[in-house]
Design a protein around this ligand. Sequence first.
Ligand code: 5GP
Ligand code: ZN
Length: 118
Amino acid sequence: MTETTDPDCLFCKIVAGEIPSQQIDENDDTFVFMDINPATRGHALVIPKRHTQDLTTIDPADLAACAQMAQQIAKRAKSQLHADGVNLLNCCGEVAWQTVFHFHIHVIPRYVDDSVRL
Ligand code: 5GP
Ligand code: ZN
């Protein structure tokens, strides 16, 4: 793996601990932290530790690692937060609502009465 971090990237700074976050998990390839503006209780972001812009640029192995981690976080949302369901969301490109250009998967626990519209 060559390029790993972008010094100007917000999420790279979070992985490096230069910007504080509420971390909830990590492994060799991925990092998980709470969204600063949660759509629901437990809204988390799963990101690759290696910087990459979006769904079209991510290394397939990192994508698989993120998907596997997202599954773990979704399971935990159900067992620990008693979520009734979960949405996974990825935004690729500005027109698709992407605002931070370091690939991430939103893990959004859903509750019967949360009345959230994504
Ligand atoms: P996007 O719109 O790119 O799919 O999602 C970016 C997400 O990052 C948003 O949900 C936003 O609330 C979250 N976010 C932006 N800045 C920060 C930050 O400094 N810390 C954390 N924890 N989340 C952030
Ligand atoms: Zn980055």
